[in-house]
Design a protein around this ligand. Structure first.
Ligand SMILES: Cc1cc2nc3c(=O)[nH]c(=O)nc-3n(C[C@H](O)[C@H](O)[C@H](O)COP(=O)(O)O)c2cc1C
Length: 193
């Protein structure tokens, strides 16, 4: 299967540090790897409504939900590019993941089987100089990948407060060059050791 990367941008502003860092990493992908970029501030998802147990719950085809659904099932690699907000994912990025819960229960979709073995990655900008404060976000993505039977490539972290700051984080720019070449083992929950 040709690799196809879906970049889901979850910042609440455009041209922010998270996107800049994600684009630096994406520049290194080989030309035959397809890329699709969806900015959730331009293609917003409506509030997630929990219809998992309603029988008339159907595969989404319309609007931004349909767009995100189609893009997700078409991707071999999903990159959640979310700034660190309150030590975790931004609300738009979190809402996108909430939709996965609905898709898991959508009749005829078999979302879990479709996504199993594919790879989840994260890219995050944060203003704190202590990277470990991003552990809740990293844990949320790792555990989500483990739940889905997906691979997890880890999270590329970059420092910055105002847009453009991350371009001064030389360590992050160096890590961006090889980030997507990194290993992405099958994700495991921490209790699995
Ligand atoms: C709502 C909000 C919450 C934030 N929470 C954190 C935080 O918990 N830790 C941190 O280091 N930075 C925090 N920041 C700073 C952002 O992570 C930082 O400005 C980052 O560069 C934003 O990414 P962006 O440029 O891609 O939008 C927060 C910013 C906002 C707007």
């Amino acid at each position: 299967m040709t690799r196809r990367f879906l970049f889901v941008l979850g910042s609440s502003r455009s041209d922010g540090n998270t996107e800049l860092l994600a684009r630096r990493a994406a520049e290194q992908l080989p030309e035959d790897v397809e890329q699709q970029w969806i900015d959730l501030s331009e293609q917003p998802l409506p509030d997630f409504e929990d219809l998992r147990h309603d029988s008339d719950h159907v595969r989404p085809t319309e609007g931004n939900v349909g767009l995100l659904f189609d893009a997700t099932v078409a991707a071999t690699d999903i990159v959640i590019a979310s700034p660190l907000y309150w030590y975790t994912l931004s609300a738009p990025a979190k809402r996108y993941l909430d939709y996965w819960s609905g898709w898991l229960r959508t009749p005829g979709v078999d979302f879990k089987k479709t996504m199993a073995g594919r790879t989840l990655w994260g890219v995050t900008a944060l203003s704190d100089h202590e990277p470990s404060v991003a552990d809740p976000l990293i844990g949320a993505l790792n555990n989500s990948a483990a739940y889905m039977g997906m691979r997890f490539g880890g999270v590329l972290l970059g420092n910055g407060s105002k847009p453009g700051d991350v371009l001064n984080d030389t360590g992050a720019l160096t890590r961006a060059k090889t980030f997507f070449q990194g290993e992405a083992p099958l994700a495991r929950f921490p209790f699995e050791g």
